[in-house]
Design a protein around this ligand. Structure first.
Ligand SMILES: NC(=O)c1ccc[n+]([C@@H]2O[C@H](COP(=O)([O-])OP(=O)(O)OC[C@H]3O[C@@H](n4cnc5c(N)ncnc54)[C@H](OP(=O)(O)O)[C@@H]3O)[C@@H](O)[C@H]2O)c1
Length: 312
């Protein structure tokens, strides 16, 4: 079914948080949500950059400091959001790195896996108390076509070892983890009868700062050619993410992407997911590993009953 950002329903009264909302596809997502009236929270590493971005949005917008490469920062950001807003209608797990400058996060995880997956895993679980009772609440995790190159097989040693700074495989693994996480989360939310649904979306290709990382030399011409012919501006690339976040006809567990030309063009439509990304046992294993590595567990209470009543 055709869909464009003009189909986004009114978001007034809703609170939407976008990680990495100060640039690229995250900024385009935040811009569209704010324009439809959502109170939009930009969760960013660089707060000044976040404020500058927030000032340019057409609707109400705030900034929360978040470094997904630091579990301490993730805990602080989640607590701030719970205290400030009490509820969250939309969570967009968008921030990401590819070929980052540092091999490991503050907590010693390979940077792609630590930032793109573990940081979002912890943030999401810590925010669930602010979402699971909110009718129509939606969690969208941004993945990539690159998930298809990753074979899976996550373990604790791999999460902490290997210099993935210039590794396409490390990026692909982290985006596979994003997709598997969104599916396992959906299963858990459905099992507990929560109001929240979890979905995944990928943008196709867009010539954002993501591509400014230190790519391996043989890949650079391939990347340049792919971007030249297939990239779309961030505003278009954000469409699958925006549809997943706002179109209530799209059910939990869905994975959206541009519908045409190997998922790089066209209106948002169901995407192809690799076989391993659909493996329920592998999804559960990744979930349990992520709990062990982050110390953040599903079902753990994060809001005191009194605070929940206050915001109720
Ligand atoms: N562009 C593409 O072709 C493409 C294709 C497939 C999937 N994606 C996915 O789309 C998402 C958005 O990427 P983009 O293309 O918009 O890239 P981008 O322009 O580089 O934006 C990435 C955002 O993530 C933030 N970020 C990076 N590390 C962070 C950290 N440790 N903590 C908090 N925020 C952090 C960045 O903040 P700073 O400004 O502080 O660095 C920036 O706001 C990513 O998940 C990416 O994997 C993109």
């Amino acid at each position: 079914m055709a869909w464009s950002t003009t189909d986004i329903p009114c978001q007034r009264g809703r609170v939407a948080l976008v990680t990495g909302g100060s640039a690229g596809i995250g900024l385009a997502t935040a811009r569209a949500l704010a324009a439809r009236g959502a109170r939009t929270v930009l969760a960013c590493r660089d707060v000044d950059r976040g404020r500058a971005a927030a000032a340019g949005l057409a609707g109400p917008a705030d900034v929360v400091r978040l470094d997904l490469g630091s579990l301490e920062s993730v805990r602080r950001a989640a607590a701030e959001v719970r205290d400030r807003y009490g509820r969250l209608d939309v969570l967009v797990n968008n921030a990401g790195v590819m070929f980052p400058p540092r091999p490991y996060t503050e907590d010693g995880f390979e940077t792609h896996f630590g930032v793109n997956h573990l940081g979002h895993f912890a943030l999401t679980v810590l925010l669930l108390d602010a979402m699971r009772q909110v009718p129509g609440s939606r969690i969208v995790t941004v993945t990539s076509l690159a998930h298809r190159i990753a074979p899976g097989g996550f373990d604790a040693a791999g999460a902490r070892s290997g210099d993935g700074r210039r590794s396409v495989a490390a990026y692909g693994r982290s985006k596979l983890a994003n997709l598997m996480f969104s599916r396992e989360l959906q299963r858990r939310l459905a099992d507990e009868g929560a109001e929240t649904v979890s979905l995944a979306a990928h943008p196709g290709l867009s010539a954002t700062a993501l591509w400014h990382g230190d790519a391996p030399a043989p890949l650079r011409p391939v990347g340049r050619a792919a971007l030249r012919f297939l990239a779309r501006p961030p505003g278009r690339a954000a469409e699958p993410v925006l549809r997943a976040a706002t179109d209530h006809r799209v059910p939990g567990g869905a994975h959206l992407a541009p519908g045409r030309l190997v998922e790089t063009r066209g209106a948002p439509a169901p995407a192809r997911s690799s076989r391993v990304s659909r493996d329920a046992r592998a999804q559960l294993d990744l979930w349990e590993l992520s709990e062990e590595l982050t110390g953040v567990r599903y079902g753990q209470r994060t809001t005191s009953p009194r605070a929940a009543r206050r915001h109720g």
